[in-house]
Write a protein that binds this ligand. Structure first.
Ligand SMILES: *[C@@H]1O[C@H](CO)[C@@H](O)[C@H](O)[C@H]1NC(C)=O
Ligand SMILES: *[C@@H]1O[C@H](CO)[C@@H](O)[C@H](O)[C@H]1NC(C)=O
Ligand SMILES: *[C@@H]1O[C@H](CO)[C@@H](O)[C@H](O)[C@H]1NC(C)=O
Ligand SMILES: *[C@@H]1O[C@H](CO)[C@@H](O)[C@H](O)[C@H]1NC(C)=O
Ligand SMILES: *[C@@H]1O[C@H](CO)[C@@H](O)[C@H](O)[C@H]1NC(C)=O
Ligand SMILES: *[C@@H]1O[C@H](CO)[C@@H](O)[C@H](O)[C@H]1NC(C)=O
Ligand SMILES: *[C@@H]1O[C@H](CO)[C@@H](O)[C@H](O)[C@H]1NC(C)=O
Ligand SMILES: *[C@@H]1O[C@H](CO)[C@@H](O)[C@H](O)[C@H]1NC(C)=O
Length: 832
């Protein structure tokens, strides 16, 4: 496959996002022809060969080699190519032998000049390639032009034919025929008019009409792996005052499975145009660009996105319009980019055949983003698509051909019928697409039976569901009727939304017996949705633990994907650390939260025959109940056992940026130690109360894991702790905590402690804080993780003490396994 897919990843640098290189593309066919030249031309790092040096390339009866010394082209970057031309009096062909079939650039350079008695500006001719008409009745009046096409070459030779119109001549200054990576144009795209999907793009020829770098400067071919030119968007903004530039190159993270630099370079994804909300951060408007196009063609509109503005995932939602069609509603770049913040993403749309002379593209805030509406666009390409005759030529455009009155009738009929049909069609397409997606996921409507113990699990851990039944719901066990869910959420009242995640929205709800619940409603657009929905039900119906969020039920009626959980009064751990203005937690509260979540993870790793790897451990997935007891949530990405990934080595790296295990990233091999790594990041997050990735900070501080490790290694962790904790952490406790986090972040999984060891060390750190432990803490804290002072060993060998302290009621642990497992871990670690 493509070299560009490969990663180079070096851990330990402060510019993590910059370190994913993709090798530049090496074209199999690379013809650079300087037409009419007597010698080869080298410029801009490339060698154009004089067409005279290619044997059998050109077949022509009469041609003229023309040269000019005109100064008017000196300003053009390609000026050396424009100094010579070949002039044809009759049909003439260039024949290129093709090493590798597939998509190729065809770039044609034209500059008309006066040569002896020939005035090339009077030339009028057509150009065809393969079965495509690239140009017809074409004339270039004055300035140099370069026309760029991409054609899927399907035979061993590509013939480009120049045919002068009657009594005229044809000419060309230079030609490029260069292979393109297959990934560049996929076969399908979303169709805007009619709505649905468009397939068959691979067979078409395209002409590049516009290629725009939003919010940034021009990008020259030298800075693009496929030698494309990108121009700034300023001149296309309908209301420039409503938009503003944003640049953040370091945030761009080319991720596995996503676009490579061949799709668009970093300098495109690293700049964007966003809403100018400087006068009112809550104002609601669209940013709109407008482009002239030739009417009578369909266009492939490619929108490039990369969330370089958010501090964390799931902050940015916006709508995208193309020609006033809603192209993408509530677009969530976190979902589109597989939950890697700053991962590039693009989306293709095909316009209708009769959409006029302008293409308008707008982005505007989604109603989901009430507080800080924003919308961005990083890049845009508009490509004209060859029509049913294989033509890209304006002269062959099918507009107003035939009787115009017939067209008018058709339009009127169309409006009437169209209005009637639009809804029916839209509905049809919607259902059709959903069906198709469901089928693709390999899931029929019947659910895989899920082993359910006895349906009483919802009574655990939450005082709301304490001993009560679920009324209507409980009759059906876990499966809850849709009407009950509607009722519980006030018919999915938007004002009851308490969170938005990769999967969809989360509503607060109340069952009719008063049980408070959190209702997570799957977003039908979410590609991963169904698989994650299933995983989560399977995981949660097997795992019951007071430190794992419990599932009360689910609903899969009407293709819905709804999960109903116990309600966690105090929200996410993250919200208590920063960004929400909640009062800050004490050190003891934080330690207990860390211990609780470590316990939940430890149970996942060991409490079941097969280890379960959470894969998305982060502070936003640790929830707090009314007593600030921590529970681990969001099992959508979980997988059992490391062996799964050995058979699916190509599994895309999932998880959240800033928490990702570098070893998993490098080797794509998943083990429980990846969770340990992420948990180590959470520990530093808890200590420092700042986002794990904060691009607004100086470079060496952007990545919390690296920043904190730097200070930890210097032994000065206290320099960067949350100021509200200053002076409140006992040095020994801090030292133990820091060492534990440091061990979790070891480069290699084998060097990291198990979750059981982590749990154990955190408990020790808490003991040190509370000064329960006698003796010399200095000595203890320099011990290896897992090694314990005699006092601590004694303390913990008394299992009942430990259990009583942290598992107030072990009966809540349905598993009954977890504590003994913890204990055996502790005993085991002692012997190391
Ligand atoms: C261009 O040709 C020169 C010699 O004529 C050679 O040294 C150089 O490597 C060539 N450049 C490329 C990009 O092929
Ligand atoms: C021009 O380039 C072609 C192909 O790269 C080469 O075969 C030819 O020898 C070169 N001619 C001169 C005069 O350098
Ligand atoms: C080229 O010639 C054709 C007739 O052969 C004519 O219809 C057309 O207008 C000419 N195009 C230009 C741009 O002059
Ligand atoms: C080129 O077209 C053929 C069908 O004509 C298709 O099978 C192939 O995938 C296309 N190649 C690319 C790179 O689009
Ligand atoms: C935005 O960037 C472009 C290209 O760098 C520049 O021409 C333009 O002046 C910038 N606009 C603002 C408002 O900074
Ligand atoms: C473009 O490439 C040149 C060198 O080829 C480099 O100096 C320049 O910084 C690059 N510009 C951008 C925006 O990447
Ligand atoms: C943003 O809007 C403010 C107020 O309307 C205006 O003063 C400012 O010039 C705008 N900024 C840009 C970059 O257009
Ligand atoms: C944004 O543009 C779309 C399409 O033109 C329109 O429907 C929508 O109302 C606009 N939104 C705002 C806030 O102006």
């Amino acid at each position: 496959m493509m070299d560009g897919r490969k990663f180079t990843f070096i851990f330990g640098f402060s510019i993590l996002p910059l370190l994913c290189f993709s090798a530049s593309f090496v074209p199999q066919d690379n013809y650079l022809i300087d037409c009419g030249a007597a010698s080869n031309t080298s410029f801009g790092g490339r060698n154009f060969t004089a067409d005279a040096f290619y044997k059998d390339l050109l077949s022509t009866k009469r041609d003229v080699l023309a040269t000019t010394s005109s100064k008017s082209i000196a300003s053009s970057a390609d000026s050396p190519l424009y100094q010579t031309a070949r002039i044809f009096n009759e049909q003439s062909k260039y024949k290129f032998s093709i090493n590798q079939k597939g998509r190729h650039w065809i770039r044609l350079y034209f500059y008309p000049f006066q040569y002896q008695n020939i005035d090339m500006s009077t030339a009028n001719f057509s150009v065809t390639a393969q079965n495509n008409v690239l140009l017809s009745d074409f004339a270039v009046q004055k300035n140099p032009v370069m026309k760029e096409y991409s054609v899927n070459v399907t035979s061993d030779n590509l013939v480009i034919t120049f045919t002068p119109s009657k009594n005229s001549i044809a000419f060309v200054n230079a030609i490029e025929v260069v292979s393109l990576p297959d990934e560049l144009i996929a076969d399908d795209a979303s169709s805007l008019n009619p709505p649905g999907s468009f397939t068959g793009l691979v067979t078409l020829a395209f002409e590049t009409v516009w290629r725009i770098n939003m919010g940034g400067p021009s990008i020259s071919p030298a800075n693009d792996t496929l030698r494309r030119t990108w121009v700034p968007d300023q001149n296309f903004l309908v209301t420039p005052n409503l938009a503003t530039n944003v640049t953040n190159m370091a945030a761009v993270t080319y991720a596995d499975g996503g676009p490579t630099e061949n799709i668009a370079p970093r300098s495109v994804y690293g700049t964007a145009t966003e809403m100018n909300s400087s006068s009112d951060p809550r104002s609601n408007f669209n940013v709109t660009w407008q482009f002239d196009v030739d009417p009578g063609f369909q266009y492939l509109v490619r929108l490039h996105f990369c969330d370089i503005v958010s501090k964390s995932l799931n902050e940015l939602y916006f709508n995208v319009y193309v020609n006033s069609y809603m192209a993408d509603k509530d677009m969530d770049l976190s979902v589109s980019s597989n939950n890697v913040l700053g991962a590039p993403f693009y989306k293709d749309f095909v316009t209708g055949p009769t959409d006029g002379k302008k293409i308008r593209v707008s982005v505007g805030p989604s109603s989901l983003n009430r507080d800080y509406p924003n919308a961005i666009l990083n890049g845009l390409e508009i490509m004209k698509m060859s029509n049913s005759k294989g033509s890209l030529s304006v002269a062959t455009a099918v507009i107003g051909t035939g009787s115009s009155s017939k067209n008018k009738v058709a339009i009127i009929v169309g409006v009437v019928v169209g209005t009637l049909c639009a809804m029916v069609l839209a509905g049809f397409f919607f259902v059709f697409c959903r069906r198709k997606r469901l089928r693709r996921q390999g899931l029929s409507k019947t659910w895989v039976p899920i082993s359910i113990n006895d349906g009483i699990s919802h009574t655990m851990g939450s005082k709301y569901s304490n001993g009560t039944t679920l009324s209507a719901a409980s009759n059906l066990g876990y499966r809850i009727p849709f009407v009950a869910v509607q009722e519980a959420t006030n018919n999915f009242d938007e004002s009851w939304v308490i969170g938005i995640g990769g999967f969809g929205k989360v509503y607060k709800g109340e069952l009719n017996d008063g049980t408070k619940v959190a209702v997570k409603r799957g977003n039908p657009r979410s590609q991963q949705g169904l698989a994650e929905f299933r995983t989560e039900i399977e995981m949660l119906s097997q795992f019951r633990h007071r430190h794992l969020v419990s599932l009360i039920g689910y609903c899969d009626e009407k293709n819905e994907m709804i999960l109903i959980y116990e309600y966690m009064e105090n929200g996410t751990l993250k919200s208590h650390l920063y960004g929400s203005g909640l009062p800050s937690l004490s050190w003891k509260e934080r330690m207990e939260i860390c211990i609780g979540s470590a316990r939940g993870l430890h149970y996942l790793h060991t409490g079941y025959a097969k280890a379960v790897i959470h894969r998305d451990v982060k502070s936003a997935n640790i929830l707090l109940d009314e007593n600030l007891m921590a529970k681990v949530a969001d099992f959508g990405l979980s997988k059992t056992g490391p062996e799964i990934d050995q058979t699916h080595v190509s599994t895309a790296v999932k998880g959240s940026f800033g928490y990702l295990d570098p070893e998993y990233f490098r080797r794509q091999q998943l083990t429980e130690k990846s969770d340990v790594y992420s948990f180590g990041v959470v520990l530093f997050e808890v200590l420092c109360a700042r986002p794990v990735i904060d691009p607004s900070l100086p470079r060496e501080m952007v990545n919390l894991a690296e920043w904190a490790m730097k200070w930890q290694k210097k032994g000065q962790l206290e320099q960067i702790i949350d100021p509200t904790l200053a002076g409140k952490i006992r040095p020994d406790s801090l030292r133990k905590f820091g060492e534990t986090a440091e061990k979790c972040l070891a480069d290699f999984g084998v060097d990291r402690p198990s979750m059981g060891d982590v749990l154990w060390n955190l408990e020790y750190a808490l003991q040190l804080q509370e000064a329960v432990v006698q003796g010399d803490p200095e000595e203890n804290s320099t011990n290896m993780i897992g090694e314990l002072s005699p006092q601590i060993n004694n303390f913990n060998h008394d299992a009942s003490v430990s259990v009583a302290q942290f598992e107030a009621s072990t009966t809540d642990d349905l598993s009954g396994v977890s504590m003994s497992t913890v204990f055996s871990q502790l005993v085991k670690s002692e012997g190391r």
